[in-house]
Design a protein around this ligand. Structure first.
Ligand code: NI
Length: 165
C-alpha cells in the first residue's frame, strides 16, 4: 500500500469522464488500497480515482467504522434535501455551500465484482453525490451556490482548531 499524489483543480484529468472498471484484478486491488491510505492520510471523507490520476469508476468513502469501496457506482434513489458546507481534497483551502439530497441509496461493486447496496444520510449522502460526480469529470465548485470568502474560511479554520482542543 502506498500514498498516491492528489491532483488539484486545473488539472484536466479531473474534468474527464471515467471508464467503467472491467478487470477485477490485482491492479484494481492495489489502486483501492492506495486510495484508502491516501484518503485517511489526507483526512478526507471520500476520494475518487480521477483525483489520483486514474480514469476509472472507483470511489472510496470513509464511513467511520470502515472505508467502503465503490466500483462502477450508481445512485438508485435519493430523497429530501440538505444544504451545507462542502470541500474537496482536489480544491484545497476552499469550501462552498451546496444543496444535496439528504438521503441516497447507491449500488456498487466491490473489488471482486460483487454488487452491494449502501444507504447514506447527511454527510455520507453528500459524500456519495460528490464522489460520483468526480467520475463524470465534475467538481462541487460547479454546483456550489456560494463559495466561502477568504475571511469566512479563516474563521471556519479557527473555529475547527478551537473545537479540536
Ligand atoms: Ni472531491
Amino acid at each position: 500500500m502506498a500514498l498516491r499524489n492528489i491532483l488539484t483543480e486545473g488539472n484536466s484529468t479531473l474534468n474527464k469522464v471515467c471508464r467503467p472498471v472491467t478487470a477485477f484484478d490485482e491492479r484494481l486491488a492495489t489502486l483501492i488500497d492506495d486510495m484508502k491510505d491516501t484518503v485517511v492520510h489526507a483526512n478526507g471523507v471520500g476520494l475518487a480515482a480521477p483525483q489520483v490520476g486514474v480514469l476509472r469508476r472507483v470511489v472510496v468513502v470513509d464511513l467511520g467504522e470502515e472505508i467502503i469501496e465503490l466500483i462502477n457506482p450508481r445512485i438508485l434513489e435519493q430523497e429530501g434535501e440538505q444544504d451545507g458546507l462542502e470541500g474537496c481534497l482536489s480544491v484545497p483551502e476552499r469550501y462552498g455551500l451546496v444543496k444535496r439530497p439528504r438521503k441516497v441509496r447507491v449500488e456498487a461493486q466491490d473489488r471482486h465484482g460483487d454488487w452491494y447496496e449502501y444507504e447514506g444520510e447527511d454527510l455520507i449522502a453528500r459524500c456519495f453525490c460528490h464522489e460520483l460526480e468526480h467520475l463524470d469529470g465534475h467538481l462541487y465548485t460547479e454546483k456550489a451556490y456560494r463559495m466561502l470568502t477568504e475571511e469566512e474560511y479563516e474563521e471556519l479554520m479557527n473555529q475547527n482548531a478551537e473545537d479540536g482542543e
